[in-house]
Design a protein around this ligand. Sequence first.
Ligand code: ADP
Ligand code: MG
Length: 575
Amino acid sequence: MRKLFPYLRPYRLRIVLIVTFIFLQVLGNLYLPTLMSEIVDNGVLKGNLPYIVRMGGFMLAVSIIAVGFSITASYLSSQTAASFGKHLRRDLFAHVQTFSLEEIDRFSTASLITRTTNDITQVQQLVNMMLRMMIMAPLNCIGGVLMAVYTDAKLSLVVWLMLPVLAGVIVLVFGRASRLFRLMQGKIDVLNRVLRENLTGIRVIRSFNQVAREAERFDRANADLTGTTTRVQKIMAALSPALMLVINLAVIAILWFGGVRVASGKMEIGSLMAFIQYVTQLLFAIMMVSMMFFMIPRANASANRIWEVLSSETRIRNPESPRSEPQAAGLVEFRGVTFRYPGAEAPALSDISFVARPGEVTAIIGGTGSGKSTLVSLIPRFYDVESGSVLVGGIDVRAWDQEALRGEIGYVPQKSVLFSGTIAENIRAGREDASDEEVREAARIAQALEFIEQMPNGFDAVVEQGGRNLSGGQKQRLCIARALVRRAPIYIFDDSFSALDFRTDARLRQALREAVSDATVIIVAQRVNTIRDANQIVVLDEGRVAGIGTHEELLANCQVYREIVRSQLGEEVTA
Ligand code: ADP
Ligand code: MG
């Protein structure tokens, strides 16, 4: 929590204002019982009506002013806390943008979302509470004690006796509740996980008739959370009456001993009434402080989760003097590259070497999990290699300015990602200043023109969130068009033709050959058909290069390739 305090620095002035207002409000509240005792002792008991009216009016004015201060302070502190939350959220978001995929993998997307929303809300609530309580509660405590002693020192003995009892009750309740609260946070996490898995996997769950099993899993997590919450709430519900009991017992004791003192003329009735009010104020202040201490562990856990993200520095950063121009445009080279995902035991890629040249098509083929996607994700430097080096345009990717490096590449990810907006906007995400004509041309090459023109609004048709309203093949073609509109010297297609039928696949490759004939094209594919005309084919097997060559060369001397071909095209081809 303390680490996030610098985020409160811009609000120094407002915090001073809040503290001042609360200070004035507490002063007013401490003054009121004394005023009241004056009215009772000098007005009511002596039957002095003008005095009662005059002092009563004054008392009313004091309380109105105190309420005014209190409202202003509440308003300011809520506003400050909300603004603090906004500031923190903005910084957290900006910081996550600097992360490489490595850090995002490490935290997981879901957790980053929770940290940016729920965790910040927890901290924000504590800040709001602290801004108000941090001065009000101690002031009320000290003021209450001083005024009680000042009003009647002997009677304040009762208060000293009451305090340990009160402390005992609070310690007892919070000791049990805070343990349950920690448990509760863990169970919220479990519930979130079950729900997330369920919603993202809804198609699989339905098609495999797992709905009942999933519902049961959710019910179990839900019931577990409910059980713990109920137990916490039961304990918390007992707290208020228990504290009220202690307070009321204190009031009875004061009335008892105070009554004796009034009867023997050592104390006036008004003073006794004021005394009771001071003691009540004091005990309520203690209650509020304990409530706050109870919020702290929870907000603290959230603050730590936020700080964890804010203090993580991405390992993928621009060098001191980054390069932004290639030495040899379009050239992509892997030199003995070994790469391991963070925390993984075995490397995903071992000792990969090959060169992809401009004007050529380099294909990468291999079974699922052989490391094809991993390999191409090293080219835009989504991850850093463990050893060896990846060169783009003749320069190590680690020496590049990241933005310039990515500007050299038109990348089509394996999983089609589209954003809500129109079709034209989605394609233009590749290059913002592309003209309508260029957008159309990219769509034509990507074989997307036909279906776009059949849509009600053509290029202005709306793509829903994640491209829900499009088929897999349509999404793939839009992603291809988005990459093509960049007119980059290097294109990477990560399994980008997998959802296309054979005819569209063939037509797209034909159009590509004509349109980007001088670019370096790297095609990851599962289908031999897609890549058999490539200038060179890199065969991957369990993260290693099993062979490099043309279709014919590999058929002649690469066992792994022959098996892939045989499984897809049948015996006659290899024969
Ligand atoms: P392919 O694209 O050939 O199907 P991938 O490159 O996606 O294969 O995966 C290669 C290996 O790396 C697999 O064993 C996979 O489990 C692992 N892997 C892929 N992505 C990650 C990741 N983000 N974190 C950890 N391991 C990963
Ligand atoms: Mg892949």
